[in-house]
Every structure is written in structure tokens, then in C-alpha cells.
Design a protein around this ligand. Structure first.
Ligand code: TMP
Length: 393
């Protein structure tokens, strides 16, 4: 399979590795390089980071940390129940139970390799397997719970390196009328918004509908519907059925998305090379903003020590010289330091009155944050973003 590299983002740490000290010994770095697969049109990282380095019992991300996400999962659970009336559901990557908890009245099973998270859902009486999703695990679950009406997975399949095995195991676990629903960041939206920060260690892939269609064929799964979502800066919710299931019609949305991607040039290497040039320019302009504000002796902090922001900070070499500290609502991040750039993270308790600028690490939650930070904005406080181009908001 021909793979072509189109962007080298340099050395990066593990995004989830929030540090206890600002002088860590032996911090792990890898080369973050992006690859275009000519045949399947898949876009991936070149070097995959060993899964156990990223997904372990220290995993910091809590899907419930944002009100936007809590609402999104609640609404989706309601929609699935109404539309598909499932009797069984399996979630791959059940995190802190933000979604699967709404299915306590049916056979609901979670798969979550991060033990600290799996323990949370086990305590909620949801049978949770603290294992990586593999064909072997799918057989183990099958022997106890049978096949499922719905398999749901948000922001997880793009993290799993062996996609062939992943999709085959999903097909293996679905009822003949079963539906698999995948949600992951949209490659089209990342290219359009120039959000190169969708690429980091965990995101081994950023999917297009075109690539998903191409790579699932041999697993016996077929895309039958696509919905666009605003979450995570622009995602796709993709519905799959078994190829042999002729009772479900293929929606026009599939054709529409494939055409949109084709028209944007996503089937051409050149599109990714243009993206790469724009990313280099974006870095230059973001650094300029920080340098200017620093010269003016402005007090700059970071808002939301997200995984995405790790790519931006490390790629642009924005560290303590520019950002004094980050504020973040996740309790396990407070008191630690950002990976690679070693910026202190403080517990969010409102933006202090001496702050002039806040870099929007959590730019994908801009609406929620702007609503919350009216006081800061009204007193002249400003946010800095790099999406879709570096600017002060
Ligand atoms: P992410 O890496 O999944 O995008 O995580 C979002 C991070 O942003 C999470 O640590 C919580 C943080 N955050 C805030 O600190 N304040 C906010 O208002 C929001 C929405 C998120």
C-alpha cells in the first residue's frame, strides 16, 4: 500500500502525560508525521505510539468534563432509543459512562482499556471490560452477552491502530440487523479549519467518509448514513450496517458526503500538500501574535489544557516564555505541567482579574466558554486562537 508523507510536525510528547514536575527525566517523544494512503485515501500518523503508553490507569480525559458533550450524549441516547429501540448495546471506549449510563434498562456493556475509567462504570453497575478492543475480546463478550443490536463508539476507533481487526470484530459482534455507529473528527473539517491539532499521538487516523467506505468493505460493513456534528471542532457520525442486510436503505447523505470530499480534492495528494504549506504559515502567524503581546508585557494564560493544544504548543514551541499557566476544569490535570512544554496547569476558578489574554486550547468549546467568560470579555479580556487562522478574538 503506497503511503506518502505530507507534513512533519516535529517531536511530540504523549498528550495525556501531564507531568508532576516541570523538569521531567526521560520524557518520551516521537516524531509526529502525517501520511496519505494513496489507495484507500486514509490519512494517518506515520509512527504509532504504543497504546499502553497512552491508554492506561492514569488516563486524564473525562468525556463528562464539558456540558456541551454531556448534552450531546444525552440527546443521542434518546435518539437511538426512539429510532432503533435496541435491546442490547455495546460501547467501545466507554470512558466515564457519559453515554452508556442511559441504557441501564437493557443489556449494556462497556469496553474501556483505561482501568481508572472502567472502574467508574463498573461502580455504576455497567459490565465493563478493561481491555483493548480486539477480535479475541469480541468473542469473549459474545460468549457471555450474545450479539448486539447497537455498537457505538465515539472518539475511539480513530485511536486503534489495527483497523482491519477492529472492524472485523465489530462485524462479528453485531446482530444481522445490527447497527454500528462511529463518531470521530472529520478530516474535511480539519482541512477546512486548518486545525492541524486534530493530529496527535492518540489520533492515529483522522477519517474521511471516503476512506471509511474503502477500509470497511473487506470487513463486511457498509456505510448507510452520515451526520455532521459540531463536536470536537467538526465530527462525523457514521452509521454502518452489515453488507448482507438489504432491509436498510443507503441514505443520500452518503453520496452527498463522498461528493463533497471529492470536490474538496480529498482524493488528491496535492490537497494535503497545500494544507501542509498553510499549517507552516499558521505557525509563523501564531508565534508573531505571542511575540507582540509579550513585548507589550501582556499577561497571557492558556484556557483548557487539551490534547489538541499539545500539538500546537509543541509544534510552535510556545512554552512558559509566552504562557504563564493554563486553567483547566479537569481535577486530575490541576497541579501538573503540560507535556513537552512544561507550562503549569491550575485548577479553574474563574479567570483572574490580572489576565489580559487567554489562549483557547479548548477552541472546540468556544461557544460554551464565551458564554461562561462574559465578565472577562466585558472587562477587555481577549482570547487568542489559531483556528481557522491565528488571531485575537
Ligand atoms: P479535550 O482534550 O477532550 O478537548 O479536553 C477538553 C479540556 O478542556 C478538558 O481538560 C476540560 C477543559 N475545559 C476547561 O478547562 N474549561 C471549559 O470551559 C471547557 C469546555 C473545557
Amino acid at each position: 500500500m503506497k503511503k506518502i508523507s505530507f507534513l512533519n510536525l516535529g517531536k511530540h510528547p504523549i498528550t495525556n502525560n501531564f507531568l508532576k514536575t516541570n523538569k521531567p527525566k526521560n520524557e518520551f517523544f516521537y516524531n509526529l508525521k502525517l501520511i496519505y494512503h494513496k489507495e484507500t485515501k486514509l490519512v494517518s500518523l506515520d509512527n504509532f505510539v504504543p497504546p499502553k503508553k497512552m491508554f492506561n490507569d492514569k488516563y486524564a480525559h473525562r468525556a463528562s468534563a464539558s456540558i456541551t458533550m454531556q448534552e450531546a450524549y444525552k440527546n443521542l441516547a434518546y435518539k437511538i432509543k426512539k429510532k432503533f429501540k435496541p435491546k442490547s448495546i455495546l460501547e467501545i471506549g466507554s470512558n466515564d459512562g457519559v453515554f452508556i449510563k442511559y441504557f441501564s434498562n437493557i443489556n449494556n456493556v462497556g469496553v474501556e482499556p483505561c482501568k481508572n475509567l472502567a472502574d467508574l462504570t463498573s461502580k455504576m453497575k455497567i459490565e465493563t471490560y478493561d481491555k483493548f478492543w480486539t477480535f479475541q475480546l469480541s468473542n469473549k463478550i459474545l460468549s457471555k452477552h450474545g450479539k448486539f443490536d447497537i455498537i457505538y463508539s465515539a472518539n475511539t476507533i480513530s485511536h486503534i491502530h489495527n483497523l482491519n481487526e477492529t472492524f472485523k470484530a465489530i462485524e462479528n459482534s453485531l446482530n444481522s440487523n445490527g447497527i454500528f455507529i462511529l463518531e470521530d473528527p472529520s478530516l474535511l473539517k480539519s482541512l477546512q479549519k486548518l486545525s492541524y491539532d486534530q493530529f496527535y499521538d492518540e489520533h492515529a487516523y483522522v477519517f474521511s467518509i471516503t476512506a471509511l467506505k474503502n477500509i470497511t468493505k473487506q470487513s463486511g460493513l457498509e456505510v448507510f448514513n452520515v451526520e455532521e456534528l459540531k463536536t470536537h471542532g467538526g465530527s462525523n457520525r457514521v452509521y454502518f450496517k452489515k453488507v448482507n442486510n438489504k432491509t436498510i436503505k443507503i441514505s443520500n447523505t452518503v453520496k452527498k458526503h463522498l461528493l463533497k470530499e471529492k470536490n474538496f480534492g480529498m482524493n488528491k495528494l496535492q490537497t494535503y500538500q497545500i494544507f501542509a504549506k498553510k499549517v507552516l504559515k499558521s505557525r509563523k502567524n501564531l508565534i508573531k501574535i505571542f511575540q507582540k503581546l509579550k513585548k507589550e508585557k501582556k499577561n497571557i494564560i492558556g484556557y483548557g489544557a487539551t490534547y489538541k493544544s499539545s500539538t500546537v504548543l509543541n509544534f510552535c514551541k510556545i512554552d512558559k516564555k509566552f504562557i504563564k499557566y493554563f486553567l483547566d476544569t479537569t481535577p486530575t490535570k490541576a497541579g501538573k505541567f503540560t507535556p513537552g512544554t512544561h507550562i503549569p496547569i491550575k485548577k479553574y476558578n474563574g479567570i483572574p482579574s490580572n489576565v489580559d489574554y487567554a489562549f483557547l486550547g479548548a477552541w472546540n468549546f468556544k461557544d460554551e466558554i464565551f458564554k461562561k467568560e462574559k465578565k472577562f470579555i466585558n472587562r477587555g479580556g481577549r482570547f487568542i486562537t489559531h483556528v481557522p487562522s491565528p488571531k485575537i478574538l
